[in-house]
Ligand binder design. Structure first.
Ligand code: SAH
Length: 516
């Protein structure tokens, strides 16, 4: 008889907010998990690492599921033999009741592992340009909670002593009681002019810092509507922020930018925006599936040798074509001797990845310009061209080629359909708080985004929301909805789109987002 093996529970630190600060071990376990139970502080973007079949349980807001219920759930899932990841903000054993969860697992003899995380204690001051120690300022730091209501002598905070310890102080969870504990510390002798900074949602695109002194910080934070999660740093090191504020000085910092492309493609675009400081909302609106009409593809594959040109108009088209191609053929040589054209540098790059040389890369993206590029290359009268594109693609290109005498087969090699899932809650956040920019990287992102959010209504709801288009085809889809993009990329790539966003951000100047 096979004894069902007991599952293991991994208490994994998710890091302070920036998804890039998860450990390698944490990422490996998230990819492997059967069940992920995450708390509100853990960045939901990390859930993208999960397997599609993984069961994901959110605690939602902190109070939604009582602690005993979470602990019971960890035990029950492990007893079912599951690999359970308990994903906790920052480090799992710092102020997060991770110690209690581990104790319960030990009592129940459930195997567990604790994966440390980058704690907000060090990461958040770091992203606010505040070193916790510095040879010229201090040689220690003290961490405490500003939320302690412990009546227990052993764990109650000794403010009289804290006020006297030299060095930097880091206060977690103290936002709502900021006024009380700053007053208490001053009453115990901490100088009112001691520099203080409070940082909301540090290490994320939503980071907001307010700096002042012991005497002023509570009022300043209230004026700036600083809410939890926030962390307070006290001490002379706060002054170094003037010089070291690397994160908040990034060119797109303070800008919330929506990325609408497919999640597989969004990655690098979203990451580049985030590295420029933007608060990125990844709301993929498109998924790629197999096209409705399959016979045409089969015919095309059988006749590959008869074509003079294979034309790809997107990286998706390249991927989809070779997926299907290799289902039928074993040998790349079966592609035949046709020349290859790629519309756009990303498409060309995708082909080069496969070690296929591209014979023609039209630089302009409209149907007519592409057809002219062919004409410049060779007379296309009676030349047989196979277009490998999305289902329901714009007819301009085949029409223009046909007009010049080419024989065109327009093959739908993939189909884009709406993605409606919202695993990270980014879609919900967009509807709740709006954004500065929505970026569109193809006409289909416009159409599918509109189907999901009703673009004109969204723009009306958030009058500051602006639309950014990657090029003329995408702009056409936006204008078809009676709207106008504020920006159109000059070079029709995501880099080109980033360039115009940067220019616009510079022209606007920073919204005086931070007070210091
Ligand atoms: N285990 C976590 C701390 C949990 S207690 C860690 O190691 O970071 C929750 C408190 O941590 C919050 O109230 C806040 O004070 C702080 N915190 C966590 N993430 C934060 C962030 N991104 N920005 C500011 N404070 C944060």
């Amino acid at each position: 008889m096979r004894v069902k093996s007991k599952g293991t529970v991994y208490l994994v630190g998710a890091g302070p907010g920036d998804a890039g600060l998860l450990t390698l071990r944490g990422a490996e376990l998230l990819r492997r998990a059967d069940v992920i139970i995450h708390d509100a502080l853990a960045n939901p973007e990390l859930l993208r690492l999960a397997r599609a079949e993984a069961e994901i349980i959110s605690r939602g807001n902190n109070m939604a599921m009582p602690q005993p219920e979470i602990t019971a759930l960890l035990i029950a899932k492990a007893r079912e033999g599951k690999t359970v990841v308990r994903l906790k903000g920052g480090d799992p054993l710092v102020f997060g009741r991770g110690g209690e969860e581990a104790e319960a697992l030990a009592t129940e003899k459930i195997p567990f592992e604790i994966v440390p995380g980058v704690s907000s204690i060090t990461a958040v001051p770091n992203y606010a340009g505040i070193p916790l120690t510095h040879r010229e300022h201090c040689s220690s730091f003290t961490v405490f909670t500003g939320h302690s209501d412990s009546a227990d002598e052993a764990t109650a905070l000794r403010y009289d002593q804290i006020a006297k310890i030299p060095g930097t102080k880091v206060v977690l969870m103290g936002t709502e009681k900021l006024h009380d504990w700053t007053k208490t510390l001053m009453a115990h002798g901490m100088p009112p002019q001691t520099p203080v900074a409070i940082i909301h949602r540090g290490t994320t695109g939503q980071q907001k810092t307010v700096a002042g002194t012991m005497a002023t910080i509570a009022t300043l934070a209230a004026n700036e509507k600083i809410t939890p999660p926030a962390l307070t740093v006290i001490g002379d090191v706060v002054k170094l922020r003037g010089k070291l504020n690397w994160f908040e000085n990034r060119p797109l910092f303070g800008r919330r930018i929506v990325v609408t492309r497919r999640s597989e493609q969004a990655g690098s675009f979203a990451q580049r925006l985030a590295e420029l400081g933007a608060d990125v909302l990844e709301v993929p609106t498109i998924k790629i599936t197999t096209p409705t009409e399959k016979d045409a593809i089969v015919d095309c594959l059988l006749e590959l040798n008869s074509y003079d040109w294979l034309v790809f108009t997107s990286a998706n088209g390249v991927t989809a074509f070779f997926d299907i191609f290799f289902r039928r053929f074993q040998d790349l040589r079966d592609i035949g001797g046709a020349r290859i054209a790629a519309v756009g540098p990303t498409t060309a790059a995708k082909l080069r990845e496969l070690h296929l040389q591209v014979d023609l890369t039209p630089e302009e993206f409209t149907g007519r310009k592409i057809a002219e590029a062919f004409k410049k290359y060779q007379d296309i009268e009676n030349v047989k061209i196979c277009l490998l594109r999305a289902e329901v693609a714009n007819p301009d290109l085949p029409d223009a080629l046909a007009k010049m005498g080419a024989i065109v087969d327009d093959i739908a090699i993939y189909k884009t359909v709406s993605a409606t899932e919202d695993p990270t809650g980014a879609g919900e956040r967009l509807l709740e708080i709006g954004a500065d920019w929505v970026t569109f990287t193809s006409s289909s992102t416009v159409e599918h985004f509109h189907a999901r959010f009703d673009l004109p209504i969204l723009v009306k709801k958030f009058p500051k929301l602006k639309l950014a288009s990657i090029g003329p085809e995408t702009t056409k889809a936006i204008t078809a909805l009676g709207l106008k993009p504020s920006l159109e990329a000059k070079e029709h790539t995501t880099d080109g789109l980033i360039a115009v966003l940067l220019k616009a951000a510079k022209a606007q100047g920073l919204d005086l987002f931070n007070t210091s």
